[in-house]
Each structure stands twice: as structure tokens, then as C-alpha cells.
Design a protein around this ligand. Structure first.
Ligand code: ADP
Ligand code: MG
Length: 601
């Protein structure tokens, strides 16, 4: 901690602030100003449409975190709107309990929405995309059936009157202002989450689940928090919707409406707040300005969706994101600065070695690793080499908890290292890179690197939601640390670029920066030199040596024999899942079987 905070402020101050989802702010203020100016038109009809837009946005703002950020296809969200609408109406009408004031009813609806948000979301923790989408639709059908059947409470098919807000919110314009204010708060809250480590983790789970796990992100816990938030917002939107409609029946909660919410996020674009906000505005207004089209709304949504998917897969957000247009400098070179490692890694207590004893793992009949022993010593580089398919990546996957070995044991010093549990590795300061870089293409390089520090986050979801000072301070520390890591690997100049615009070699260094965010005790590198030029390999070698000199034990899987023999302290050679030889580079270089089986003449 001190290493970063002690040296980083001047660097962080010099650097541009991390672009947040509300930057630039003016489009949001402009939209709000248009809404606030509606009474000047004197047109109550458009006042109602603007109110409806604000209410839909309250729901979509939360749904955006689920669909746009976490990539979970929740298409049946109208169910939560219905739950909120009925809860508020029933409680305000006093059908079951003594009547509650409208605001209290709205609050209870928010709580109910939080609970049902989790219920609707739970299948996402086990099911893949489309199956989850189907369960949300199923849930929407169940809710409609219950509202129809539970007549004494919901009024069945006849419906129930919506709640009335007290003055001054009981007029068209008063209610509009209330909804606009509420929508503005929801925008701020969801933007706070989006720009926090929770938001980055959501996107990481969507685009690079394995890297997210390796960074210590616990997907179920993360998704449940977001389901609670989105459910609460959707249900409160439902309460406002019932007020706007003045009377609700089960037919008000159609599949079309559910599609509208979902498509608003899709045409808005993933990982954006402004995009889905504009998407909501467009989808609310479109049927109004083309009244004859109203009957065609399902068709219209489907057509819009097709156009977006085919013509602009990034949605509105991609059109308005300046990072897409800015050109990256050509002929750029990666210039790692191992000196920056002092500030980043500092001097640390030297941990005990990581040992593997007799590890066995078979896939079907193939013994991918067959009794591997290995010891990675802190402060040293341990090379792991061998022909393709000899079990190197599998060994890394066992250490990082993706695979459970059938036999053998792992330990850090005297403490056993439990098999499985990939999310637990970051907490033990075991970081890794991947043979194929795992990137979050739509996020900036800086954000990709910040993911690596997720496990060190101390502030909670509620603090992030409200952007409390302690949370903002933590974010600044994350950012400063990520900039140091980028400086160390030589990518400081690309911090703000979108990761998917980087070259392959740059992505390899970016992954190392992400791993360095953990200040790892052990760093597992899977073929980091693949695809690099000779000069880049030399720099990579110096960087890896620098990292190990700061106390990290590096396990380096590589094919480039020169790099291995240049920088390793120890080398283990695998062949067909077995250790063929182990020793110093000098011993391995002249080892008869290694030379004949792997190194060649
Ligand atoms: P290396 O990284 O040394 O090239 P791997 O560890 O990727 O080799 O693979 C070792 C062996 O295990 C290979 O025969 C490979 O086909 C097999 N293998 C690796 N992962 C899987 C898997 N998930 N399912 C089935 N077989 C696998
Ligand atoms: Mg491999």
C-alpha cells in the first residue's frame, strides 16, 4: 500500500482522470434540461410521454448493469415492473393491510423488488445465456398469471387503481419533476457502480470470465448484489408506472414492454450509460411520433434490433465513444521500465516456496500430467519447458485452481494450497497470464489492468453506490497502482486506449501489468514471448528478471530456449506429462535426453 501511495500522487496528478461513464456530463444535463423544460410547452400529452420515459429509464438504468455490463440476457424484466406496480398499488389501496402512504408503499415495493430481483437472477449463476433468458421470460409469465388469479388482492383481470403521490407531485408537471429527479438519482447511482471496481468486475465476468476468476472476482456474489439493485429500481419504476397509468391491469405488462427494456440496452450499446438512456428515449418516443406504427411496435423493435446487430454491433455507445476514433500512434514501441517496479512492488516479506508433489491429472484416457514435482522459489525465475502437449498449461491450471488434480499435493511453505477454488488464488497473491491473452476489449487498457487489483478492494457495494470519500480514495489508489504497472511494462502511453485496438504483443505486456496489480508472491506466465519480436523478447526478459528481484517467484512457461536459458534460475522439462529433467540452465542445456527430445541438435 505504502509503496503506491508514497510515490504515486505526482504521477496520478499528472495523468488524465479516468473517464467515468458520466463523462462527458453535458449530454445528461441536456436531456434533463429538456425534461425540465417540458412544462414550457404547455403540452400535457408530451409531459406524460416524458414522464413515462423517465420511469422506463429508472428500470433500464438497473437492467443496464445486468444486460449491458454483466452480459446476462434478462429479457423478462417486465415481471419486476409488475411486482412493483402491484405491491405499491395494493399497499396504497389498503387491500391487505391498513393503507400505506404512497412513498412508504414505493419503498416496500423497492424491497420486494430487491428480493425478487435475486429470485429472477439466481438461474444466471448456473445457466448459460439463452437458458437464463428463458427463465426470466418464464418468471414474467408466472407473475402475470398470479396477478390474474389472485383476485381479492390484485383485482384480477379488472385491475386496481394506482397510488396517488401527495402534493406537489399529484399534477402532471409535479409528477414529471418527481420522476425526472428520481431518474437522475438512478443514473448517478448506476454510474457510480459502473465506474467502481464492481462495474469493472461485471464487464470482466462478461468478456473474460477466466481472467476475472484469476483476479479474485467472485461472480455469484457480484451478480447477486447487482440483481438486488436492479430489482429494487425496477420495482420502484413499477410503482411510478402504476401512478402514471392511474389504473393497472395484467395486460399493462406485456411482452412488448419487456422487449422494449431489453432492446433499449442493446441498441444503446454495452458498457455505456448514455447509450441505453438514448435507447430508452428513442423507443419511448418512436411509437408516438409515428402513431400508425404503434400497432407495429413488436415488428419495429425486432427490425431495429436486426439493424443494430447487423450494422452497428456496438450500438449507440460505439457511435459516440471518442476512443473508437482516436488513432493510436504508429510505430510505437513497448519500453518496459523495470525501475517502476520499486514503487509498485516495494520490498516485501519473502514468502515460502510453492511446491507441487506428485501431481496427476488425466483428461479421459490421456494423462496430461503424470506425477509432476515442482518447486517455485521466491525471488527466482523457474522455467517450465517441453514440447507442445507436454502438460505445461495444464500444470499452470492446476496451480491456479482451474483443474483439480487426481493425485498429489500443493503447498506454499507449510500451508497446503487447496485444489480448485480459482477465485481464491488472487487472495494468496498468485497471479497469472494466459497463453491466449484474456482481455476486455471494450474497456480501456487502464481498466483492464485495474481488474487485477479487485481482490484488494476494501470498500463495499453501498459505498460504491454512493461514491463515498473512502471509496473514491480507494479508486484513486487503484488507478495510481495500475498506471505504475503500465509504466513498468512499458504501456503507459496506451492507458486510455481501448484494449481491442492493441497489438498482440502489447496485450501480452498488458496481461503482465494486470498480474502485477496483485503485487504477486507468485507469477505464472504462459508463453509470454509468443508472437514477440527479438527486441521485445529481450525487454520482456529484463522485466521478468526485475519482477523476480523484487521477491516474486516466477514460473515461466516458454518455447524460446534463449530466453529460458538467459533468465531462469531453475528449469523443469516436461515430456508427455512427466518431468524429464530438472536443474540449472547449464545442466539442462547439456542434458542428453532433453537435447534429443526437445532442444534438437
Ligand atoms: P502444453 O501447454 O504443454 O502445450 P497442455 O497442458 O495444454 O500442453 O496439454 C497437455 C495435454 O492435455 C494435451 O494432450 C492436451 O490435448 C490435453 N488437454 C489439455 N487440456 C485439456 C482439456 N481441457 N480437455 C482435454 N484434454 C486436454
Ligand atoms: Mg500450453
Amino acid at each position: 500500500m505504502d509503496a503506491t501511495t508514497g510515490t504515486a500522487p505526482p504521477r496520478a496528478a499528472a495523468a488524465a482522470r479516468l473517464a467515468g461513464p458520466l463523462r462527458p456530463l453535458w449530454p445528461f444535463l441536456l436531456l434533463l434540461a429538456i425534461g425540465l423544460a417540458m412544462p414550457l410547452t404547455g403540452n400535457e400529452y408530451w409531459g406524460l410521454i416524458t414522464t413515462r420515459m423517465a420511469i422506463y429509464w429508472v428500470l433500464v438504468a438497473g437492467l443496464n448493469l445486468i444486460v449491458g455490463y454483466a452480459g446476462q440476457l434478462a429479457i423478462g424484466y417486465v415481471a419486476l415492473l409488475a411486482i412493483g406496480a402491484y405491491t405499491t398499488s395494493v399497499l396504497a389501496a389498503g387491500n391487505v393491510l391498513p393503507p400505506l402512504p404512497a412513498f412508504a408503499a414505493l419503498g416496500v415495493a423497492g424491497l420486494a423488488g430487491a428480493v425478487f430481483g435475486v429470485v429472477v437472477g439466481l438461474p444466471a449463476l448456473r445457466l448459460r445465456t439463452f437458458y437464463f433468458a428463458m427463465t426470466t421470460l418464464g418468471f414474467a409469465t408466472i407473475v402475470t398469471q398470479i396477478t390474474l388469479a389472485w383476485q381479492d388482492v390484485t383485482g384480477g383481470g379488472i385491475g386496481i387503481a394506482g397510488p396517488m403521490l401527495p402534493a406537489p407531485f399529484d399534477t402532471t408537471w409535479g409528477f414529471l419533476y418527481f420522476c425526472l429527479g428520481f431518474a437522475a438519482i438512478c443514473t448517478w447511482l448506476t454510474a457510480n457502480i459502473a465506474r467502481s471496481r464492481f462495474g469493472r468486475a461485471l464487464v470482466a465476468v462478461r468478456d473474460a470470465e477466466v481472467a476475472a476468476e484469476a483476479s479474485g472476482i467472485h461472480k455469484p456474489k457480484l451478480l447477486v448484489l447487482v440483481f438486488i439493485l436492479a430489482g429494487a429500481l425496477a420495482a420502484m419504476a413499477g410503482g411510478l408506472f402504476a401512478t402514471l397509468q392511474t389504473y393497472i391491469t395484467p395486460d399493462a405488462f406485456t411482452f412488448d414492454l419487456s422487449l422494449l427494456f431489453f432492446i433499449a440496452v442493446l441498441i444503446g450499446g454495452r458498457g455505456s450509460i448514455l447509450g441505453p438512456l438514448l435507447g430508452t428515449a428513442i423507443l419511448t418516443v418512436l411509437p408516438e411520433i409515428a402513431a400508425p406504427l404503434a400497432a407495429w411496435s413488436t415488428f419495429l423493435y425486432a427490425a431495429l434490433l436486426l439493424v443494430i446487430v447487423l450494422a452497428m454491433p456496438g450500438g449507440i455507445a460505439a457511435l459516440i465513444d471518442p476512443r473508437n476514433r482516436r488513432n493510436l500512434p504508429e510505430n510505437r514501441v513497448i519500453g518496459p521500465q523495470p525501475a517502476a517496479l520499486d514503487a509498485l512492488l516495494g520490498r516485501r516479506e519473502v514468502p515460502a516456496p510453492l511446491t507441487l508433489r506428485g501431481i496427476v491429472l488425466a483428461f479421459g484416457g490421456v494423462r496430461a500430467i503424470d506425477g509432476v514435482d515442482l518447486e517455485v522459489t521466491p525471488g527466482q525465475v523457474h522455467g517450465l519447458i517441453g514440447p507442445n502437449g507436454s502438460g505445461k498449461t495444464t500444470t499452470l491450471n492446476v496451480i491456479s485452481g482451474y483443474y483439480r488434480p487426481e493425485a498429489g499435493s500443493m503447498a506454499i511453505g507449510p500451508a497446503p494450497l487447496p485444489a480448485g477454488k480459482p477465485q481464491g488464488r488472487a487472495g494468496l497473491r498468485i497471479a497469472r497470464t494466459f497463453q491466449t491473452p484474456r482481455l476486455i476489449g471494450e474497456a480501456s487498457v487502464l481498466e483492464n489492468v485495474m481488474i487485477g487489483g479487485t481482490t484488494d478492494g476494501r470498500t463495499g457495494f453501498a459505498e460504491a453506490l454512493l461514491a463515498l470519500p473512502r471509496q473514491r480514495q480507494e479508486e484513486r489508489e487503484f488507478e495510481a497502482r495500475a498506471r505504475l504497472a503500465l509504466e513498468a511494462v512499458g504501456l503507459a502511453g496506451l492507458a486510455e486506449a481501448r484494449a481491442d485496438r492493441l497489438q498482440h504483443s502489447e496485450l501480452r505486456f498488458m496481461e503482465i501489468a494486470r498480474a502485477l496489480m496483485l503485487r504477486p508472491a507468485f507469477l505464472l506466465l504462459d508463453e509470454p514471448a509468443a508472437g514477440l519480436s527479438t527486441e521485445e523478447i529481450r525487454r520482456l526478459g529484463a522485466l521478468i528478471r526485475g519482477i523476480s528481484r523484487h521477491g516474486t517467484g516466477v514460473l515461466l512457461v516458454e518455447h524460446h530456449a534463449d530466453l529460458i536459458f538467459d533468465i531462469c534460475d531453475q528449469v523443469t522439462v516436461l515430456n508427455l506429462g512427466k518431468v524429464l529433467a530438472a536443474g540449472t540452465p547449464a545442466e539442462i542445456r547439456v542434458h542428453k535426453e532433453v537435447v534429443s527430445a526437445y532442444l534438437g541438435a
